[in-house]
Design a protein around this ligand. Structure first.
Ligand code: WT7
Length: 631
């Protein structure tokens, strides 16, 4: 099952083949997996509909490839290491055999609770092994999981449950997060007032709390698995059957349910995992993301397990009990590949070098970063203090929609340049387009980043709304998938991601649509309208800056701000709190009523002298007021 590329020359050769003969290329890789029934065609596609199918008519179950396939050779190898929030608490280690049995057992429990192939299950869980077990158990029985990050509010969760028409929610009483504990079941209870599709709730007892349980609907995890067998045959799935839905923000208020399928997602997450991290058989790999985001799906659970790797899952936060926690955990478990986000690096940088210098970090071989552009300063800190200038940094650019890493290094085999993601992985064909949608073929240019050929783990649709998928990703430029990012390509063909060119803000590597935050702000009674933009933030990458129009200017601005923040926390969650709220008497609009965000962005960025042309504004006077009152 060796899929690894082991030199820069090999990369170039492989890349060339992957573009010249994509079907052959992916066929060779896909063949290394275990299929119940082989596919009869590698690829069928058109980007107009869009309609993309990989490994047609192949029958497969991704969990058979994550678990069963390894039992013979790796049954006693560690599949999962779980490190708790509290370093004094005992960690958990599960071998492939143990994980297999737990997944089977919980799969049987799901079936006993009425869940079957095609049913949607929402998972709202702490970062504990049971989260991975729940995800895999759904996939095993053919149910479609939709993990909702445990920081989202009841409102955000009920929207997602209703969109997916989920039949079940899997949750816990609460979770540990640094010095805090967060009630999860309470949030679920609130959400479910508005979710008639949910018939059952399974609750894992994580903290020993006694949340309110609704008779006939709610059942404890430990009761649900009681008496369940440790063998559960995997459901035979078509390659194109749904594996999961993961909601992500877009430019309208409503989150989109990005859909991934069994076959293609399996092939690409495994292939990209092994290559980007250059995982070796006895390595210990750690990705610090939460399984609530795509990074956790692809590179904590599926990619590593498909590859027979030992993957670590961490319940806590980088700064608890102190800012050395990541490095302590690396030393404690002998971590070889470490994958985190620029925002975490910047947060830790702010605590100084001492925390990282107290640990040896000898085991580290490859460092990864993901989620947002990494600034040079953070890159250097990571390279020097964490990697001791010995470890390559793989800066991985990808998206919820792409399922796996698209542009990024392959361990030590790729050239590295700070703040550059680098070159496309084999099989990935990025292009830069200009304003008119024309491909810019030379180097040393900037443009809209698009992909011109399908790859196995690309999104298939947005759940329940295929037209939205078409309009968002495939209608901007004919025959291209549009990423929403702007990028630069240097003289050597290396890519640097500049950032979003749509109304999406990237806060600490998490995506929020401005419309979604505006809707939340507008739900506050005093607010007439609002406009939200991103601005550069030292730690978070971007912060949220809101311009708010109230019926009358609030007499106590602090109170009014607190109310607005509360409205956002209620509608979306704490993660989407606006950092700055400026009260204004009006927003800069064109004569056709469109808000000119460019102006608001410049003011928020602290560059009011670079507003550009404001002559098309309905009321240019509001601009002066906005500039004067800038925060
Ligand atoms: C957006 C996707 C993919 C997992 C995490 C985020 C930005 C992601 C990088 C990177 C520069 C990056 C892009 C992208 N992004 N990785 N290495 N360098 N920007 O997933 O929530 O789907 O967000 O994150 O803007 O479009 P997501």
């Amino acid at each position: 099952m060796e899929l690894r590329i082991n030199s820069w020359e090999a990369y170039q050769e492989t890349y060339r083949k992957s573009v010249e003969q994509p079907e052959n290329f992916w066929d060779e890789i896909a063949k290394t997996f275990s299929w119940r029934k082989p596919y009869d065609k590698v690829l069928e596609w058109n980007f107009d509909a869009p309609d993309v199918k990989w490994f047609l008519n192949g029958k497969v179950n991704i969990t058979e490839n994550c678990l069963d396939r390894h039992l013979k050779q790796r049954g006693n190898k560690l599949a999962l290491i779980w490190e708790p929030n509290d370093p004094k608490e005992k960690f958990v280690r599960l071998t492939y055999r143990e994980l297999y049995e737990k997944v089977c057992q919980f799969g049987n429990a799901l079936k006993a609770q009425g869940i079957g192939k095609g049913d949607r299950v929402v998972i709202y869980m702490p970062m504990i092994p049971e989260l991975a077990i729940a995800v895999l158990a759904c996939a095993r029985i053919g149910a479609v999981h939709s993990v909702v990050f445990a920081g989202f509010s009841a409102n955000a969760m009920s929207d997602r449950i209703n969109d997916a028409q989920a039949k079940m929610v899997i949750t816990a009483d609460g979770l540990n997060r640094g010095a805090k504990q967060v009630p999860l079941k309470r949030v679920v209870n609130e959400a479910l007032h508005h979710c008639p599709s949910v018939e059952r709730v399974i609750v894992y007892d994580c903290l020993g709390w006694l949340p309110q349980m609704e008779a006939g609907r709610d059942i404890w995890w430990h009761d649900a698995i009681e008496g369940m067998g440790r063998e559960c045959p995997a459901e035979e799935m078509d390659s194109e059957d749904l594996l999961f839905i993961l909601y992500t923000s877009g430019s309208t208020g409503k989150p989109k349910g990005v859909v991934h399928t069994h076959g293609g997602y399996m092939v690409y997450t495994a292939y990209s995992f092994q290559n980007v991290f250059q995982y070796g058989e006895s390595d210990i790999y750690w990705c610090t993301a939460d399984v609530g985001w795509i990074t956790g799906h692809s590179y904590i659970v599926y990619g590593p397990l498909l590859s027979g790797a030992t993957t670590m899952m961490f319940e806590g936060v980088p700064t608890y009990p102190d800012a050395g926690r990541f490095w302590q955990v690396c030393d404690k478990h002998g971590v070889n590949q470490f994958y985190t986000a620029p925002t975490a690096i910047r947060a830790l940088m702010a605590y100084g070098e001492d925390h990282v210098l107290s640990y040896s970090l000898d085991s580290l071989k490859v460092l990864g970063t993901v989620g947002e552009p990494i600034n040079e300063e953070a890159w250097r800190w990571y390279h020097i203090h964490v990697g001791k200038e010995r470890c390559p940094i793989v800066d991985t650019w990808w998206q919820t929609e792409t399922g796996g890493v698209m542009i990024g290094g392959l361990g030590e085999h790729s050239p590295m340049k700070p703040a550059y993601a680098g070159y496309p992985l084999p099989g990935i064909q990025p292009v830069l387009l200009d304003q008119e949608g024309k491909e810019i073929s030379e180097n040393g240019v900037e443009g809209y980043l698009c992909i011109k050929f399908p790859w196995p783990s690309m999104l298939r649709t947005t759940y329940g709304d295929h037209e939205r998928c078409r309009v968002t990703y495939f209608a901007h430029y004919k025959n291209h998938y549009f990423t929403g990012d702007g990028a630069k390509r240097d003289e050597n063909g290396m890519y640097r991601i500049i950032g979003r060119v749509d109304d999406v803000i990237n806060v600490s590597g998490h995506r929020f649509g401005t419309a979604e935050i505006e809707e939340a702000i507008n739900s506050d009674g005093q607010v007439v309208e609002s406009a939200v933009v991103g601005y550069p933030h030292d730690i978070k990458g971007q912060g949220i800056y809101a311009y708010v129009v109230c019926e009358s200017l609030p007499t106590d601005k602090e109170v009014a701000r607190a109310e607005i923040v509360e409205a956002v926390v209620e509608q979306i969650g704490k993660i989407a709190k606006p950092e700055k709220i400026q009260f204004v008497s009006g927003l800069p609009k064109t004569r056709s009523g469109k808000i000119m965000r460019r102006i608001l962005r410049k003011v928020a960025e602290g560059e009011p002298d670079k507003l550009g042309d404001t002559s098309t504004l309905l009321d240019p006077g509001v601009v002066d007021e906005i500039v004067e009152g800038a925060l």
